[in-house]
Each structure stands twice: as structure tokens, then as C-alpha cells.
Design a protein around this ligand. Structure first.
Ligand SMILES: C[S@@+](CC[C@H](N)C(=O)[O-])C[C@H]1O[C@@H](n2cnc3c(N)ncnc32)[C@H](O)[C@@H]1O
Length: 189
């Protein structure tokens, strides 16, 4: 990882410690996402739920090395603006685009193919986001849905639906707040 990105990740952890609305993934989940993106060589990524850019920094750190780009979405302008400042400080402005608005609206404008999605916004709409993005997912794309342990009840329906979906191989990971890892196999599992 570029030292500037590692430094800003540490700084953003301190920044978030004074806020109760960051709701960021834990560091171990960040390390996992970073490693997963390096291993899969993903280049076209989408994040739903930017917050202050913590998970985006881990994603961007890998995409910088993969030669890729991240589009990250949040409905709160003050969070998008703060995240953009963090990405610029990390030297990631060229590979991360922040868009501000309601995810269900903005996802219509996402161009495919997409290799990786982190779904980490409102849990009740995870299925809608997956349905909007599925036609745009590349073969073997990874959809990672956060909070399967911390919001197990809200996400139970989504997890059952995607595990039964013929175009995904899906299982739960007990990393961080829990994540459903769904690999897109459009020709069948
Ligand atoms: C759990 S936080 C994201 C944390 C971030 N991924 C991280 O780890 O640093 C969820 C974010 O989703 C945003 N959000 C919630 N519902 C949304 C919606 N319908 N459209 C866009 N953003 C939304 C919230 O403003 C919040 O910043």
C-alpha cells in the first residue's frame, strides 16, 4: 500500500473517533477488502455508503495498484465532501469519484461492467441495490454486503434471497460486522 494511503487511514480512524455517525467497517474488514481486491485484480468498483471514506480508502488503496476506479455514493453531502478531502489527501482523487444522492436513484446511472460492490448503506434496500446492479456485474464479480452479524434480522431476507438466486454463489463471513460474500456467476453456479 502507498504510504500516503496508510497514513490517511490512520488519520481517518482518529477523525472518526470523535463522531457517532461514521458507522465505518472495522479495520479487520478493511484489511480483508483490500486483500480481496488485490487477489481478484478488480478494477471497476462501486460502493453504496461512503460515510467519511474509511472503507473507500481500503478499496482505493487496492484499486490504485490494480489500475482501477471506485464510484462511491452517499446521500449526506457533508460526508461525501469529507470523504473527498480524505481521498485527495491519500493521493486517491484520480481513482475515486464521490457522488451525492439517494443510492436507488444514482445506481441507475452506473455503467457496467462492475467487478466489485460494497453495499453498506440502508439495510432494508440491499436487495433492491443488488437487483439494480446485477445486470451490470461482470462474471465473477463480488458483491459484499456488510452488517450480517450486527443487523442479522434486517438482512436475513436478503441473505436467503441471494443464496437462492441462481446467478450467485453466496455465503456469510464472520469478519468485522459480518459480510455476505456473493460471487456473480451469470451462466449458473
Ligand atoms: C454504514 S455507513 C457507511 C460506512 C462506510 N462504508 C465505511 O465503512 O466507512 C452508511 C452510509 O450510508 C448512507 N446512506 C444510508 N442510506 C442511504 C441511501 N438510501 N442512499 C445513499 N446513501 C445512504 C449514510 O449516509 C451513511 O453515511
Amino acid at each position: 500500500m502507498h504510504p500516503a494511503v496508510a497514513r490517511v487511514i490512520d488519520q481517518v480512524e482518529t477523525f472518526m473517533a470523535g463522531k457517532d455517525d461514521a458507522l465505518n467497517i472495522p479495520r479487520e474488514a478493511g484489511v480483508f477488502v483490500y486483500g480481496l481486491l488485490l487477489a481478484t485484480r478488480a478494477t471497476r468498483a462501486v460502493e453504496i455508503g461512503t460515510s467519511y471514506g474509511y472503507s473507500g480508502l481500503w478499496i482505493g488503496a487496492a484499486l490504485q495498484q490494480n489500475g482501477g476506479r471506485l464510484l462511491t455514493i452517499d446521500r449526506e453531502p457533508h460526508k461525501s465532501d469529507a470523504a473527498a478531502t480524505h481521498f485527495a489527501a491519500a493521493g486517491l482523487a484520480e481513482c475515486i469519484e464521490c457522488r451525492t444522492g439517494v443510492a436507488a436513484d444514482l445506481l441507475h446511472d452506473v455503467d457496467g461492467p462492475v467487478d466489485f460492490v460494497l453495499s453498506d448503506a440502508d439495510k432494508e434496500n440491499c436487495r433492491e441495490y443488488a437487483e439494480l446492479l446485477t445486470p451490470k456485474l461482470a462474471d465473477r464479480a463480488v458483491l459484499l454486503t456488510d452488517n450480517t452479524l450486527t443487523h442479522a434480522e434486517e438482512l436475513a431476507g436478503f441473505c436467503a434471497w441471494i443464496r437462492d438466486h441462481g446467478a450467485f454463489e453466496s455465503c456469510n463471513l464472520t469478519i468485522g460486522n459480518g459480510m455476505e460474500l456473493s460471487v456473480h456467476r451469470p451462466e449458473g453456479r
